[in-house]
Design a protein around this ligand. Structure first.
Ligand code: ADP
Ligand code: ASP
Ligand code: MG
Length: 420
């Protein structure tokens, strides 16, 4: 990608938690950036995550103090991991003889809405970054965090530094956004789960977005959404391989012939799934809509929804749906308070299963290949894996299964669709 653009073009490079996980890694990253700067790439902006494990440590501290921590305090605490790495990276660049300046989001003006823990970026003020570039200084920006108009610190959701980087690339008019991580790129499945995973060299935004949204952790879904909206190419590469090593380029492949695309490009796994079931609800659309409106009002995302009758000719139904594990309690509380208000005579009966996982197969070729669902179900069934819920779109099939079988399900589906 570097060979396709002028050296004066802005470039955003993001380094994830493992890439800045130790001081020696930070120094190695600084050496790479210094090398590129000295070659003439003078408009690099660096975005960094917290050192590996740090955000988890901060989340645990908050939960120890208060599992229902108010959103502002939560975000202020968990955003602090990036403050350390941004300063260390600027210091390491200075040790390489470069001028670098560390920035937190409020210093730059990375403005977000006020939905704490899942804030969305509204705008980025480029003044200070442009001043840096004009003065030969490399700006180093804290990922994951933003600030509201009222100067409250917000965070963009776990893994959100990717989104900070792509948003900055768009604001800067960069040639591309480079996501430097601990694997060579986006693979057909998480290489830690499926040994034979294959690197996908060129990926359309559409497939990348579906894979990211369905649990492939390597890219934050909202960074792909932004990349697609503003046509910003995203390069995913390994921090510690040479610059010409294999990698993934996520870009617009609209001219790519779907007929020739494989039915399935990737298999994804999401273990952050809770299945909630409301038992014995009357068949009444108003009740169902009331329950889901109450859940939506507290900001919980509901994923797969199914309903079934406990027995033939039953007058009631069971209504099952999934949320992330962290949000299941909030969803149940919202539904229960709606129900208690509407039907005080009978308590809402609820069951929750936390031992769920969602395995999905994704590919634009599904549009023109039939039989993908049938093969998915028969492969899982032959491996003795029960499917509890299913959801489909034009380019994906997702199955909710018991989390004990999660890795095996990925291996089985990868073998049948990608390795064959
Ligand atoms: P970073 O800290 O650099 O942001 P992440 O841990 O967020 O890195 O993402 C990289 C990890 O994503 C990899 O180590 C890998 O285990 C996981 N991963 C999940 N699915 C995929 C996939 N399809 N391709 C590549 N990596 C994946
Ligand atoms: N440090 C944050 C997290 O661990 C953001 C990121 O790494 O992208 O979720
Ligand atoms: Mg990440």
């Amino acid at each position: 990608m570097y060979e396709l653009i002028e050296k004066s073009t802005p470039i955003v490079q993001k380094y994830g938690g493992t890439s800045v996980g130790t001081t020696s890694r930070i120094k190695d990253v600084a050496k790479r950036i210094a090398g590129q700067y000295k070659e003439g790439w003078t408009k690099i902006a660096v975005v960094v995550s917290a050192m590996t494990g740090e955000t988890n440590r901060l989340v645990a501290l908050v939960n120890e103090v208060n599992p229902n921590c108010p959103a502002k305090s939560y975000d202020m605490a968990v955003a602090s991991g990036e403050q350390v790495s941004v300063a260390l990276m600027a210091a390491a660049l200075a040790a390489e003889g470069l001028q670098a300046e560390p920035f937190l989001s409020h210093q730059l003006g990375i403005l977000t809405d006020s939905f704490h823990s899942k804030a969305r970026i509204k705008s980025i003020n480029m003044d200070r970054i442009n001043q840096c570039w004009d003065s030969g200084i490399i700006p180093v920006v804290a990922g994951f965090q933003g600030v509201t108009e009222a100067l409250e610190i917000t965070t963009l959701g776990r893994g959100g530094s990717d989104t900070s980087a792509v948003a900055l690339a768009i604001a800067a008019g960069a040639g591309f956004c480079e996501i430097n991580t601990d694997v060579d790129g986006v693979f057909s499945c998480d290489p830690r789960i499926v040994k034979n995973s294959q690197l996908i060299e060129k990926m359309d935004f559409e497939v990348a977005l579906e894979m990211a949204s369905l649990g492939s952790k390597v890219l934050h879904p909202r960074c792909v959404e932004l990349g697609a909206k503003f046509q910003m190419p995203i390069i995913v590469r390994n921090t510690f391989t040479p610059n010409d090593h294999r990698r993934t380029c996520v870009m617009n492949l609209a001219n790519y012939n779907n007929l020739e695309a494989p039915a399935v490009s990737g298999v994804t796994l999401d273990k952050d799934v809770a299945k909630i079931t409301f038992l014995d609800l009357p068949f009444d659309t108003a009740i169902v809509s009331g329950l889901f409106s109450a859940i939506a009002e507290v900001g919980v995302n509901v994923d797969i929804i199914v309903h079934n009758m406990p027995e033939p000719n039953s007058k009631t139904m069971h209504l099952g749906f999934t949320t992330s594990k962290g949000e299941s309690k909030k969803a149940i509380q919202a539904a229960q308070s709606y129900w208690a208000h509407k039907y005080p005579q009978k308590a809402l009966e609820v069951t929750v299963e936390d031992s769920c996982a969602k395995v999905s197969v994704v590919g634009v070729g599904m549009r023109s290949h039939s039989g993908v669902a049938a093969t998915t179900f028969s492969s899982l069934s032959s491996a003795g894996i029960d499917i509890r819920m299913v959801s489909t779109s034009e380019i994906k099939i997702s199955c909710v299964i018991n989390s004990d079988h999660a890795e095996k399900a990925c291996q089985v589906l990868h073998k049948v669709f990608v390795e064959n």
